[in-house]
Design a protein. Sequence first.
Length: 590
Amino acid sequence: MDQEMKKRRTLSLIALVALVLGAGLTARLQSAGKAPQKAQAASKAPRKAAAARQPATLALVNGRIWTGNPAQPWAQAVAIRDEKIIAVGTNAQIAAASGLLTQRVDLKGGFAMPGFNDAHIHFGGGALRLSQLDLNDANSLEEIQSRLKKYAEENPGAPWLLGYGWQYSWIPGGLPTRQDIDRVVSDRPVYLTAYDGHTGWANTKALAAGNVSALSKFAGIGEVVLDADRVPTGILKEGAQGLVRAKIPQPTREERRDALRRALQLAASLGITSIQNAGGDRSDVELYHDLLERNQLTLRVSVAISVGPKTTQQDIARIAALAREFSGPRLRVGAIKMMMDGVIETHTAAMLEPYSDRPESRGSSPWTQEQANNVVAWADKAGLQVMIHAIGDRAVRMALDAFEHAQKENGKKDSRFRIEHIETLAAADIPRFAQLGVLASMEPIHADPATIDVWAKAAGPERTQRAFAWRQLEKAGARLVFSSDWPSCISVSPFRGVHNAVNRQTTDGKPPGGWIPEQRVNLETTLAAYTRAGAYAAFEEQIKGTIEPGKLADIIVLSADPFKMRPGELHTLRALKTIFNGNVLYEVAP
């Protein structure tokens, strides 16, 4: 009985103490002010200190590392913990940040740099084309026909034959015909897209599938090219391509996802760790999100949503909501993409003066200036970045005018407006890029001299002197951002792009001295345009783009030091190792 009484007293005492302590805790949690937050912050301080003492998970040592950071451009070693860089410096400094379990990679004097950021790419489209007929190096009509014949024989059950990559300069007269395909494949539809993506070449079966005629209607600018009898030749420019494309069997979601996986492997092999998808819709974003959820998205992806001249404020509001939904370091939506014109080779780019080889035409834009002004101002007000495809000098001016209008409407702020491609522009518009803070987003690979014969003939000698004017824009204070525009290019390789930016020559050194060599830029400018400028263009310069403590560990190791090799050999560079998010994603023997 005494023991029972003692037990009850003990339990009562415990309950009383618990009640008092609980009341005190409740009072503290309910008290006014920020005491609980301060208490939480104080409790986190020891954890942060402990984390700071944790050793690196990966260390790169004995290297020649171009950091891209102007304050510390070179280093010998880098320490990485999990997904972030924690130290950059000498071997000794990195040894101090390492531990027994640190994975140590000896670069043996090798060259490393930040991963490439392809700031204008159509990744999903490029992914699908990996399984199509590649004509990028076919070089002649006869070679195209030979490859197509072989491809048809290898794919007897394919209902359509699709290919890409042919160039205007390979074809006598610049444009082929449906009969050129019919001679080798006439039993099923064939559709071959030009290397720039702006022109399609169909055989007779494909034209019939699309019910293409002289009376066909289509959205936007473009042309169904007709012969002397007003019969379609097989060439479809710009929006007219939709007549046939709409009849091509579409890939399933799983097929698109599989294609993306293959493209991700390709990107890793080229040292590309970030991309900016220049145009798409919600379905594209959700496809990337599927891969992210499966932990298979081995790229940092920023997506711009495509809009047209009929875009409304409600459309912009929906895109802004999508941007709020997807805003992470691996996948984000942050921009809209507008197409102001076409391309110079097919006279669909909007020019201030007539084409040299077609004096009756200046090209055209699907946008009026008022439409462009409205959509840009709405997007800017909603917090969305604006990217505008503008190739001709009139399209570039329209884009600059729209950006200037938005600044007058909304006030000048950190909008980071972008003009994409800028293949030619008026001299008077060059200083406006710096004045308005507009980014010059360009593709060095588009200026490969092997592809410019038809371009130069259409543009004429005066405009050609300002063709792909990287150096003029740089000297005028514009910020250059470089990319590939894949698959609308001859190569997605950033090494080919670097080669062309520095040399403006083909890979076999033509023409001697370079094509319009005064527009070349130096190697450091080029690498910065492919790395930190790309991060800046995506509003992500605080987390990536350079090798600095606190930034994401996206680093590549190259086969040679570009600063020590002959400029004409830059195209031979390869990625030996691609580190993404602190993990070795791709690796190959030297």
